[in-house]
Design a protein around this ligand. Structure first.
Ligand code: PSU
Ligand code: MN
Length: 307
């Protein structure tokens, strides 16, 4: 296994001396945002994690290695190449490594690689979920299955309404994944702070969230935890306005016949276009907010003796 993993110096040092770490994914860089905002955001995410007391570990597959911690050149390469890099979920990891094909890792792949390094806390923007119409398309993100089996807490901004929020919650319940609302009872909907659905547990401090995580693993309850953190108020979008944009983007996507793993990147790009860049500003703000919370949870988890 060791031969397959390559740590940055900063992450290796953090592991050696037991500093708190926060994993970050790379599909959000290559497929989630346009260049050069994607690279600026990735770099700023790492800074925010450091400012709040943890060490950032951005994860990708490069030259056949599972890379844990990237250089600024590597971040730039991922951002510049954009969708020219393969979007790699759990399914693709072995193929990428065996053939030395670069991959930007989704939430599922990043969770798995984090778990190999013993990293328990991971910050992103949005997770995949059960797509609208999944009852006929069967399109359910591998992210949910990873949350079911892999011991990593993921901080996100809730479930985007390109997905079916209700079915996503049902799926997570079936798989035994706790959905925590950070200072909220309501499941946030990514661009907006509100939805028609409730989270399982409202928890108000990073310390209490870390305590749930530690207790879960003390009890041998394997699998992930999903923390949903509402977008900061000043960046939240009007639910009806963004709802209409998302509906229009989905109609356009269906017209073009886009299916499978291309759907989420297409919709994100289309939403940026239809909102004239407003959704991108919101997306960046919520990612920063999640990095901050994840860093504080990771600190607390380490302080509580979490391994
Ligand atoms: N949602 C976002 N931004 C993203 C993604 C989702 O707001 O960048 C990416 C993440 O990497 C996530 C993946 O893991 O899309 C899910 O893809 P799919 O729906 O194909 O499972
Ligand atoms: Mn899918």
């Amino acid at each position: 296994m060791k031969n397959y993993i390559e740590y940055s110096k900063e992450v290796q040092n953090a592991i050696d001396i037991g500093l708190p770490i926060v994993a970050l994914e790379s599909t959000i860089i290559s497929h989630g945002m346009p260049y050069p905002k994607n690279v600026e955001t990735a770099i700023r995410c790492e800074e925010i994690v450091r400012e709040n007391g943890s060490i950032p570990a951005t994860i990708a597959i490069l030259n056949g290695k599972l890379k844990i911690g990237l250089s600024s050149e590597e971040l730039d390469y991922l951002g510049k190449t954009g969708t020219g890099i393969m979007k790699t979920s759990r399914r693709d990891i072995a193929y990428n490594v065996a053939n030395k094909i670069d991959g930007a890792t989704t939430v599922s792949a990043t969770m798995y690689i984090s778990s190999l390094a013993g990293i328990k806390v991971f910050a992103t923007g949005g997770v995949g979920g059960v797509h609208r119409g999944a009852e006929t398309s069967f399109d359910i993100s591998a992210d949910l299955e990873e949350l079911a089996i892999t011991n990593v807490l993921v901080v996100c901004a809730g479930v985007k309404s390109i997905l079916d929020l209700g079915l996503t919650l049902e799926y997570l319940e079936t798989k035994g994944v706790p959905v925590i609302g950070y200072q909220t009872k309501m499941l946030p909907a990514f661009y907006s702070r509100v939805s028609k659905f409730d989270v399982n547990f409202k928890i108000d401090t990073p310390r209490e969230i870390a305590n749930v995580l530690k207790t879960k693993y003390d009890l041998n309850l394997n699998g992930g935890v999903l923390v949903t953190n509402p977008i900061p108020l000043e960046f939240s979008m009007n639910n009806e306005v963004i709802g209409k944009v998302i509906d229009d983007a989905i109609i356009e996507m269906d017209k073009l016949g886009i299916i499978g793993k291309e759907q989420t990147p297409y919709l994100l790009g289309k939403i940026v276009e239809l909102t004239k860049g407003d959704s991108l500003k919101s997306n960046i703000a919520l990612v920063y907010n999640n990095c901050k919370l994840a860093s504080r949870i990771s600190n607390e988890y380490t302080a509580q003796g979490g391994k």
